[in-house]
Structures are given as structure tokens and as C-alpha cells.
Design a protein around this ligand. Sequence first.
Ligand code: ARG
Length: 457
Amino acid sequence: MKRTDPLVERYTSSIGVDYRLARYDVLGSIAHAQMLGKCRIIRAAESRRLVAGLTRILRAVEAGRWRPDPRAEDIHTQIQQWLTRLVGPAARTLHTARSRNDQVALDLRLYCREAVAELSARIRELQRSLVRIAAAHRRAVIPGYTHLQRAQPVLLAHHLLAYVEMLERDQERLRDARKRIDVLPLGAGALAGTSLPIDRRDVAKRLGFPRVAENSIDAVSDRDFALELLSALAILGVHLSRLAEDGVLWTTEEFGILALDDAVATGSSLMPQKKNPDVFELVRGQAGIVIGELTALLAVLKGLPLSYNRDLQWDKRCVFGAVEISLDALAALALVLRHAQVRTARLPALLVSDALCATDLAEHLVERGVAFADAHGVVGRVVSYAEQRGKRLRDLSLDELRRFSGRFDRQALARLDPERSVERKRSLGSTSPAEVARALARWQRQLGIRYQSGHGI
Ligand code: ARG
């Protein structure tokens, strides 16, 4: 047999990426070795030796006392060689009834399972940061936008809580993905199972998997669980990107809703006055990368015949890449939000144009029996009339209003106040202070934030 060409060795090697699986690889091997002993497939003494050696490796890995070996083909080979140095020939029994195909599928599932827990904890932190800002400014009114045009007054807290809702759906998607991550592939062997009397349920129990993959061919070929995690991360990435985009807009002088502390903004190398929201921008851009990882893995998988194919080695690059930058983005956004101030003094200036309350004026007419479409037309004409005269709506007299509809009465002008506008909302889930207070209380309870008194509405 010829020696493998060094170029092929280098090209096929994955240690540079899959070293991240070290801990999971060892944990999987410990469970496997224990089961082999228990089922008397290897001798009890061998099983104990394997477990002792693997436990030493686990400690070293967890303490960071190890380096990926660039000469090893992948993490499985490196740990196997390491174990051989520690326990000698007993190490040769570890790979009984196991293939790297089911082994790597297991490792990746263990990694994904922990990733979900970590991601979920960080999403929660970000949700908390948003809820804290919302709670501290529960009375603040800002213009709400559609088409990026000023639309209707809303509570700043309501806007922020929209993101908390979005993030909660991300949490649900992760929890759901976890159900299908939590399936044990080990015991599938290369693809066909084994003639040795293994006990897959025993391994599943040791590793905390509620289910065992039912089909050995599927077990080594399936990467749906990775796709589901990546899909959840792509959607999360899109949410973070939208939050970041609002952050970019809100920190402009034009919007002026948020100011960033120097600790989380960066300067320009040229313009001395600049303070840039780079974290927001990087997070916004990053969604593109995560979407790319999902698309990449879909494309890797789409034409693969059953069962395992080496193409699958690329799955890890996609998963690690997406998980790592998502974790970073969540941490960075939460930090930036902790260092952001709402420019409360600025907010009234954003509300001077009272066309923002035009819909309230139309609803005033509806309450007085005018069909909404007619009210819409009337107020539209009132708005152009005021615009032509360079006036705000509230500068019009009741007489002027009544030229457009006899149903306007003295209460009409009071409807042009943005604070009143939000206060008068009454529908479930609206921006009314009462609904927002209810939502805030619910989130504070759900996210374990203690209620802060002194911010009553
Ligand atoms: N590095 C491989 C992967 O990531 C491990 C499995 C290799 N299996 C094999 N038969 N060569 O998929």
C-alpha cells in the first residue's frame, strides 16, 4: 500500500475545525466504553482502563491543557492516539462496534445541544436588556414608522418589546430544534449497525438522550438537526440585524433617540467628531454570514446519496461558524444596550409634527358616526389644507375643521396630542400604556427581572 500523498492528507484533514469537538468526543467515548464493558463486549478491566484514561483526557481538555495536533487527521484520531499513549493496548478496544461516521454524528449533536443552551441563555440576556430599557422609559413616546415614514405615536417601550417577542420566538425555535438534536446516532456503526451485542439505550441514557435513532443508515447521514439549528440562527440573525438597524437609525442626529456610551462606540480615524455604532453595523452585516452558512449546508447536503459521504465533513464549518458569531453578536448587542442612553430630552422635538395624530382625528369622526373611509378622506383634506398654510393641525381652529366636516367638535383638537393618542389606544396588544404595562409585567416575570417601583405609569 502506498503512503497517502501529503497534499491529500492536508486537504482531507479536519483537525483545524473539529478540534472544537474534543470534549464531546471524549464524553461520547466514555459512555461507549462503559456500555462495552457492561455488555461484556470488552473485559471489565479494559473498560475501566479506557474510562480512566478518557477521564484524564477530559480533564485536560476542560482545563484547556491541550493543543490540536496538526498531524492528526481529525479530532477522533487525535484522541484515540492520546488514549493509546495513556493506557496502551487497551485503547485498541475502544473502537469496537463504532465507526467515525456514527461517532462524528454524535459529537456534533452533543455540540449542538450545548450550543442551544448557551444561545438561549444569551438571547435571554438580550431580552432582559431590552426590557430594562423599556421599563425605565415606560412613558416615553416616539414616532412609530411604517415605510420608514412617520406613522403614529407609539411608546418607546412598545417598540422595544416587539424585539423581545421576536427573540422569544427564536427561543421557541431553538427549543424545538433541540428535540431533534437529542437523538442518539451512536451504535449505527458505519451505516449498517453491528453484530456485537451493544446496548444503544444504555448509551443514550448515559449521555442524556431521550431517543435513539431508529434507522442506522439515517443515523449516519442525517444532518437535519444541524439545518434546523442553522435555520433558527438565520432567523435570529435577521432579528438581530433589524434591531441593529434600528440602533443605527436611532443613534443618528436625525433620529436622535439613542446615544451610545464611548465604551461601545468607535471613533473615526479622520473625522474627530464621529462616534460610530460599529457593533450595530457588524451585527447587521453578520446576518448575511449566518444566512450563508445555512445555504452552504443545504447545498452540501442536497445531492448526497445515502449514507455517510465525506462531503459531510463540511457541516462542522457551517455549524461552528454560525454558532460562534451568533453567540458573539448576542453578547455584543446586550452590552451595547446596557451602555445606551435614551435621549429623553430630545423626544418631544420628534413629535412636533402632529400629522402623526391624523389617524386619531379620523377615529374621532368615526366615534361620531362617520364611516371610516369618509373620515379618512376628510382628515386627508384637513392635512393638505394645514400643510398648504404651513400650519400644524393643532393650530387650526374648530371653525376651520368644521369646514371639512360638521361632526368635528371641541374634543377634536385634543386628539392631536401624541401622549393622548397612545393613552386612548385600547385594543389588546396596542401601544396603550395599560397594555404595555401588562406586557412589561409579563416579561419581567418571565425573564426573572424584579419589578422596579417608582416607574409607575
Ligand atoms: N472528519 C470526518 C467528518 O467530519 C469524520 C468521519 C470520517 N469518516 C470516514 N469514514 N472517513 O465527517
